[in-house]
Design a protein around this ligand. Structure first.
Ligand code: PEP
Ligand code: MN
Length: 337
């Protein structure tokens, strides 16, 4: 159930509603917006009549949420969520670019990557240290050594760090080095991992599963929110369809749909979405035009020598071109880069 408090509701009135919800066995999630405080009650709704809440002091409206995800629904935060990390805001007016190689390979590679993505205007460097590879014989990542290299390079160039977490045992070591935990497509429904990430205080980027519906993506986000972590960013990275020309089918329509259904920021990954560097730029433009709050893009100083995902990794000059074009698209949709 969602209870929207009146603009001038007092702390006492808000507390009164919270107490009533708790008495009815709801877990209460409070969202303090600029105008309204919204209280999201998660629990069994079978016997609750919203009318009972509509008449409480300070209440503007109360209603049941029909969808199975509640805290992820737009109604919980109608104004939208902005995830703030240091001086970077994701979900605000500015389109945020996260860029870097698929994997951290060595110090030189990650240092040149940081230098080139920062110069082109990215705010976050990406790079996997724990890699989910389809084959157990492929490069599996440098682990904690890779994370340290990534952090050092990021700090030298004023960038934030995003890297993929594959299971809950990696959370403590990763917390030392990363600003954003990435949950990969293969782990979107790893509910034990999601539960643990719901308990921490760092932002999480949740990628859409390879064959996940939009509803399943939002339900996975709900696991994180229900744990009390509200700094969640969603990511469209392409889904598997009958089409074989591209690695995945980039579902651009998911962007406006998710923005309508949910308050969470949504970014796009045109690299995994297409699997081919010649198609990354047009899909990046399309994603921003469709309302994405940012992009995560694979860029490598020398993609033909990349140990993973070289074919979809942009060359340095292609990434600079992408950023220049984004500035034009962003301003056409009333945003900036
Ligand atoms: C990645 O970002 O390198 C990655 C493995 O992404 P996804 O989980 O979307 O396949
Ligand atoms: Mn990759």
């Amino acid at each position: 159930m969602i209870v929207v408090m009146q603009e001038n509701a007092t702390d006492e009135q808000i507390q009164g509603v919270i107490d009533r919800m708790v008495a009815l066995n709801f877990t209460v999630h409070r969202s303090t917006g600029i105008v309204h405080t919204v209280l999201g009650g998660v629990g069994s709704e079978e016997e609750i009549n919203p009318a009972e809440f509509q008449v409480l002091d300070g209440v503007k409206e109360a209603h049941r949420i029909a969808s199975s995800y509640k805290l992820a629904s737009r109604g919980f935060r109608p104004g939208g969520t902005v995830v703030r990390i240091k001086d970077v805001e994701i979900g605000g007016h500015t389109i945020i670019a996260m860029a870097g190689p698929c994997s951290v390979e060595n110090r030189d590679q990650i240092e040149s990557s940081a230098e080139l993505v920062a110069r082109a205007g990215a705010k976050v460097i990406r790079g996997g240290a724990f890699k989910p590879r389809s084959s157990p014989y492929s490069f599996q990542g440098l682990g904690p050594d890779g994370l340290r290299m990534l952090r050092d390079a990021a700090d030298r160039h004023g960038l934030l760090v995003i890297s993929e977490v594959m299971d809950q045992t990696q959370i403590p070591v990763m917390s030392e080095f990363v600003d954003i935990f990435q949950v990969g497509a293969r782990n979107m429904q790893n509910f034990n991992l999601l539960r643990e990430l719901g308990k921490i205080k760092k932002p999480v980027l949740l990628k859409r599963g390879i064959a996940a519906t939009i509803e399943e993506l939002l339900l996975s986000a709900e696991y994180l929110l229900a744990g009390g972590n509200y700094d969640i960013i969603l990511c469209e990275r392409g889904i598997r369809t009958f089409e074989t020309y591209t690695r995945n089918t980039m579902d651009i329509s998911a962007i406006p749909i998710v923005k309508k259904l949910s308050h969470l920021p949504m970014i796009a990954d045109p690299s995994h979405g297409t699997g081919r560097r010649d198609h990354v730029l047009p899909m990046a433009r399309a994603a921003v035009a469709a309302g994405a709050d940012g992009l995560i893009v694979e860029v490598h100083p020398d993609p033909d020598k990349a140990v993973s995902d070289g074919a979809q990794s942009l060359k340095p000059e292609q990434f600079s071109e992408l950023m220049s074009q984004l500035r034009i698209i962003a301003s056409a949709v009333g945003r900036s880069v």
